[in-house]
Write a protein that binds this ligand. Structure first.
Ligand SMILES: *[C@@H]1O[C@H](CO)[C@@H](O)[C@H](O)[C@H]1NC(C)=O
Ligand SMILES: *[C@@H]1O[C@H](CO)[C@@H](O)[C@H](O)[C@H]1NC(C)=O
Ligand SMILES: *[C@@H]1O[C@H](CO)[C@@H](O)[C@H](O)[C@H]1NC(C)=O
Ligand SMILES: *[C@@H]1O[C@H](CO)[C@@H](O)[C@H](O)[C@H]1NC(C)=O
Ligand SMILES: *[C@@H]1O[C@H](CO)[C@@H](O)[C@H](O)[C@H]1NC(C)=O
Length: 459
């Protein structure tokens, strides 16, 4: 029953963390009654595996779900495991400043400011109201940026291997907002997970120790995008990987920026636009219908109307088709394939360019500023979501705790975030599941270009 984050808390001398462990907090799952726990049955002790997917995250059926500051119990945990109704779902007192001067019982103090009775004040992502007797009543949301986590990480870089930062655009937002609107990849379905990785014949020892697509194919690789408050990483990473591969295979003749908005707006039957999408379906949409370029259908970060017909004449929409394409042609790809392990992923990148990966994102990732990321386990919330990103290279670095292998990965939160929009993450250990579901696809480049360029066949 000893938690990792307790150990870290003690190791770094940050005991204040231990005292904030059990503010009651209700997750908003009440409109999804279940059955969840009823189906999987376990109820005792801490059992991290005892979880069920819910709204792009997981809920739990173990006794620990009620101990953390954020309650992530399944909706039917209380009735099924405890035989009782859930505790009331109201906000609770988070901060109390009792002012003993009777003259001043009509106000509260917040960060050395006076808040008068009935007035509201914003504390990060929580709204507080000054109630009678100088009590400040606050919401108890977990925020995207938790200054406590940021400062623990920054005071112990040798322990964590990376540094954290406060981002203006994330400050004041709830973790739920972050998970819903800054990620946007629905967990791969079982049949996709069981897709057999492709086999490649190569000598793993001949792989370079460092590799960066930008250096190998300068000018061909997509830059960093900002998905804004739209859960569209499924579309952005897919369009970017396809674009990079078009440029590489055509040796720059088709250095396109394919439209993620095309996917968000038009792949509507089976995806959920800004509320997330499945990668396998995104790839099969491009395979079936193709994409237009960014100039034709620029990114707006919301569910805009699909103004281009899937197979209509492109020139009517003032969009240019691919080189040598007819008026109806779109940028297409072949079937998506999965890569099985670290060295297979590396080999694939050296041969064909960036690949797409899906990772689990926890609260601390939003604050990443630089270094080699590993999930810190500091967060008291187990809330998490899936995010898809583009692996563009790798390397090794002597860091605080010896030699550390990493992936270099393009994120989609703008250039201000992380290392100029990129992040590095531990390689070879399946950190945050980033090596579990890596996929790529070959672009359908016109034969004339292909023949002119002698495309190597890596099968
Ligand atoms: C949270 O749950 C309450 C009660 O079921 C509901 O009224 C409210 O709309 C929910 N809020 C969100 C953001 O889903
Ligand atoms: C769940 O948490 C609440 C509030 O902290 C506490 O009153 C209650 O005893 C806990 N229940 C269990 C079963 O641990
Ligand atoms: C941060 O730590 C302080 C104590 O140092 C505590 O009062 C506060 O509630 C913590 N904030 C969060 C968001 O956990
Ligand atoms: C984080 O940034 C926001 C906006 O720039 C600022 O208002 C807030 O005080 C900062 N928080 C901390 C803990 O520095
Ligand atoms: C990865 O898988 C390939 C087979 O596809 C195998 O030859 C290779 O040894 C594996 N590498 C590692 C590091 O497991």
């Amino acid at each position: 029953m000893i938690r990792n984050w307790y150990l870290v808390g003690i190791a770094v001398g940050f005991t204040a963390f231990l005292s904030v462990s059990s503010l009651p907090y209700r997750d908003n799952f009440s409109d999804l009654p279940g059955p969840y726990c009823e189906n999987i049955g376990c109820c005792d002790e801490r059992q991290d595996s005892c979880s069920v997917p819910i709204m792009g995250t997981l809920c739990y059926c173990d006794d620990f779900c009620n101990y953390t500051r954020v309650d992530d119990c399944c909706p039917d945990y209380w009735s099924h495991c405890k035989g009782i109704l859930p505790p009331p779902t109201t906000t609770t007192i988070a901060t109390t400043t009792l002012n003993n001067d009777p003259q001043q019982l009509t106000s509260c103090t917040f960060q050395e400011r006076t808040i008068y009775l009935g007035n509201k004040v914003q504390d990060n992502c929580n709204e507080c109201i000054c109630e009678a007797e100088g009590k400040l009543l606050c919401d108890t949301n977990v925020c995207m940026i938790d200054p406590n986590i940021t400062s623990v990480i920054n005071r112990n870089p040798e322990l964590f291997g990376w540094t954290a930062s406060n981002y203006t655009e994330f400050w004041g937002r709830t973790l739920d907002d972050g998970i819903t609107f800054r990620l946007g990849t629905l967990p791969p379905q079982q049949f996709v997970m069981s897709m057999n990785p492709v086999r490649r014949i190569y000598d793993p020892n001949a792989l370079p120790r460092e590799f960066d697509c930008d250096a190998v194919w300068p000018g061909y690789i997509s830059g960093i995008q900002d998905q804004k408050w739209c859960g569209s990483s499924w579309a952005i990473s897919t369009a970017a990987v396809a674009s990079d591969r078009y440029a590489i295979v055509s040796k720059g003749k088709e250095a396109v920026h394919l439209s993620a908005q095309n996917l968000i707006s038009c792949d509507d039957k089976r995806e959920q636009s800004c509320s997330g999408g499945h990668l396998d379906r995104a790839w099969s949409f491009i395979r079936t219908y193709g994409l237009v370029d960014e100039d034709c259908f620029p990114y707006v970060g919301r569910n805009e109307n699909c103004f281009i017909k899937r197979q209509g004449n492109l020139l009517q929409s003032r969009c240019k088709p691919p080189l040598y394409g007819n008026r109806k042609a779109r940028y297409g790809v072949g079937p998506a394939y999965r890569l099985g392990n670290e060295s297979d992923i590396m080999y694939e990148i050296t041969r064909s360019g960036p690949v797409q990966a899906t990772m689990k994102v926890y609260q601390d990732f939003f604050t990443y500023n630089g270094g080699i990321y590993k999930h810190s386990d500091l967060t008291l919330s187990r809330r998490q979501g899936y995010h898809s990103v583009r692996i563009v290279g790798w390397g090794e670095e002597i860091s605080y705790n010896g030699e550390q292998k990493y992936w270099k990965v393009a994120n989609s939160w703008g250039r201000n975030w992380g290392e100029d929009g990129y992040f590095r993450i531990a390689r070879g250990t399946n950190e945050c599941e980033i090596e579990t579901f890596v996929i790529a696809s070959w672009p359908r480049v016109d034969r004339k270009i292909q023949l002119a360029n002698e495309i190597p066949n890596s099968e």
